[in-house]
Design a protein around this ligand. Structure first.
Ligand SMILES: Cc1cc2nc3c(=O)[nH]c(=O)nc-3n(C[C@H](O)[C@H](O)[C@H](O)COP(=O)(O)O)c2cc1C
Length: 384
């Protein structure tokens, strides 16, 4: 046997071995195109090539001038890690426990509506990726789609609220009975926001459900953009009482997603929220709001350890996650990153992206001298 055929045999053996599958995050032979993109940014490039422009813009885009969209990424560049050395990092444990959950990694799939623009029945496909990756998916389509297929998946139900107490309470009961492990209330989405890319593409929000329109299908008429946005109210009458409504109808944790002001974090905890999620909706709601990694430390201080604080926004690297954890986040949510995986290679692509982020986090922790999440603290990060 010459060296080349010996190498081929080795690759074939490795491809069939559990070790190989584990090393890729998905079961893939060495020449599988899924192993092409080497980071989340490259998954986005691939997704951009594969998606209809209207779908790519909907996912990638932010609101108006996209100041916050860019700030979410740029802000990581100003926070620098200060690693420790000479600690034993031969085993790095990135598992985390909170709100009755035990996750292999502190990385959760954020709620993202409109997945059907990527592929049909995409919420279920993403739920399968979550299940295979042993993580939690936060989803607005709730129990009906995710759990109905007999899939063993851990999920939170995401809502923008209901305008009346009765409706809120029946929602809470339905989700709790359906097996949701928590209710995530999106608090920054009182109205559909004014998204220039969607307006330019004459995006019809029905596409979120039905998928990309067929070629040649008539486009909706252009309209003054901000006005129809205001015509699409979600829950403009929602106040802190909404937490009481839900709490009166069920026991599962209630999480507030979209908190940026420390005062709101404090009020939320006082009103009974079980967790705070620092988020600006991935730069998709009010433009010009603070980047989430910058908002995080003040919120963590205001909450004072009473409940877990999570965050999302701009996470594309394990080191972004490490920075968030160092500033006090218990876990992070990722929105676009798994969608780029989904658009590139379906369920396996989403799994690969989740695995990549976890693998990067693990290595970054080792290089920063921390062997578990408990050892991460604010001394290891500085804003420069
Ligand atoms: C395509 C898309 C749809 C989204 N839909 C929702 C939604 O329905 N509810 C919600 O609370 N957040 C929604 N978000 C915001 C995400 O939950 C999350 O806050 C954000 O994507 C995090 O930023 P990242 O994409 O940079 O990770 C959406 C984000 C995207 C990209």
């Amino acid at each position: 046997m010459n060296r080349r055929s010996a190498f081929r045999r080795l690759v074939a053996f490795a491809a069939g071995s559990p070790l190989f599958a584990q090393s890729a995050g998905v079961d893939a032979a060495a020449d599988d195109p899924i192993l092409g993109p080497i980071n989340v940014h490259e998954f986005e490039e691939l997704a951009k090539q594969r998606l209809d422009k209207l779908a790519y813009d909907f996912i990638a885009g932010g609101v108006e001038d996209e100041l916050t969209l860019r700030a979410n990424r740029d802000a990581y560049k100003r926070w620098f890690l200060v690693p420790r050395v000479m600690t034993d990092v031969s085993n790095v444990d990135i598992s985390v426990e909170f709100l009755g959950l035990k996750l292999d990694a502190p990385i959760i799939i954020a709620p993202t509506g409109g997945k059907n623009l990527v592929l049909p029945n995409a919420e279920s496909v993403m739920a399968r990726a979550a299940s295979a990756s042993k993580t939690l998916i936060c989803t607005a389509t709730g129990v009906e789609r995710v759990a109905s297929e007999g899939l063993s998946v851990t999920w939170w139900s995401n809502t923008t609220g209901q305008r009346a107490k009765d409706a809120a309470q029946s929602y809470m009961r339905r989700m709790e009975d359906g097996g949701a492990k928590g209710i995530v209330i999106t608090v920054d989405n009182q109205y559909q926001s004014n998204r220039d890319r969607n307006n330019r593409n004459r995006f019809d929000y029905g596409y979120m459900r039905d998928g990309v329109p067929k070629p040649g299908a008539p486009k909706p008429k252009p309209v003054n953009p901000a006005r129809p946005a205001m015509w699409q109210p979600h829950t403009p009458n929602m106040t802190w009482d909404y937490i009481d409504w839900l709490r009166g109808a069920g026991k599962i944790p209630i999480l507030l997603k979209g908190i940026l002001a420390p005062e709101d974090a404090e009020l939320g905890v006082k009103r009974g929220a079980d967790a705070i999620i620092v988020s600006n909706h991935g730069g998709r709601q009010l433009d010009g709001v603070i980047a989430t990694i910058d908002a995080l430390p003040d919120v963590v201080d205001a909450v004072g350890g009473k409940v877990p604080v999570l965050m999302d926004g701009g996470i594309r690297r394990g080191s972004d996650i490490l920075k968030a954890l160092a500033l006090g986040a218990k876990a992070v949510q990722v929105g676009r990153a798994p969608l780029w995986g989904l658009a590139s290679f379906g369920q396996k692509g989403a799994e690969r992206v989740l695995w990549m982020l976890a693998a990067e986090l693990k290595l970054d922790m080792a290089l920063a001298g921390v062997a578990n999440l408990q050892s991460i603290n604010r001394k290891m990060i500085r804003k420069v």
